[in-house]
Design a protein around this ligand. Structure first.
Ligand SMILES: [Zn+2]
Length: 140
């Protein structure tokens, strides 16, 4: 195993892991809906890890985005996210949808088969469908 790979080699390896399906039989990607329970002035997203797995994104990155948008503190515990305050499910779903459009979908071809990569503090999405590499806004 070599220690360094070029960007082209990494992309090649990433593409090699994607299932090769003709465009027509690809199922439409559905953004998962949050299972939200509000209890004791806190909001629990019980299927948070599953949502992040489906989006192929690190839970901490997804949560950071949601917390920024809500200006609320929160944490990850096990497979759940816990946010301080009472946040309606409709708001959570809207924010996950917004995350999906901003940090998952390839802006060039519109496919969701992308990877999040970080280079020198800048995040990019690399598309497994068309190979485009696009920078995405930072979550400060
Ligand atoms: Zn693309």
């Amino acid at each position: 195993m070599r220690e360094f790979y070029s960007y082209a080699e990494l992309l090649e390896r990433a593409l090699g892991r994607l299932p090769k399906k003709p465009e027509a039989v690809r199922e439409r990607f559905e953004v998962p809906k949050a299972e939200v329970v509000i209890s004791g002035k806190r909001t629990f997203i019980h299927n948070f890890k599953q949502i992040c797995d489906k989006l192929n994104r690190p839970p901490r990155h997804v949560l950071r985005f949601i917390l920024r948008e809500l200006a609320a503190p929160g944490t990850i515990e096990g497979s759940s996210a816990i946010i301080q305050g009472e946040i309606p499910k409709s708001t959570i779903d809207k924010l996950i949808e917004r995350y999906y459009r901003r940090y998952v979908v390839c802006p060039i071809c519109g496919r969701p088969d992308t990877f999040l990569v970080k280079e020198r503090r800048i995040y990019f999405i690399v598309c497994g469908a068309c190979g485009a590499k696009s920078s995405v806004p930072p979550i400060i």
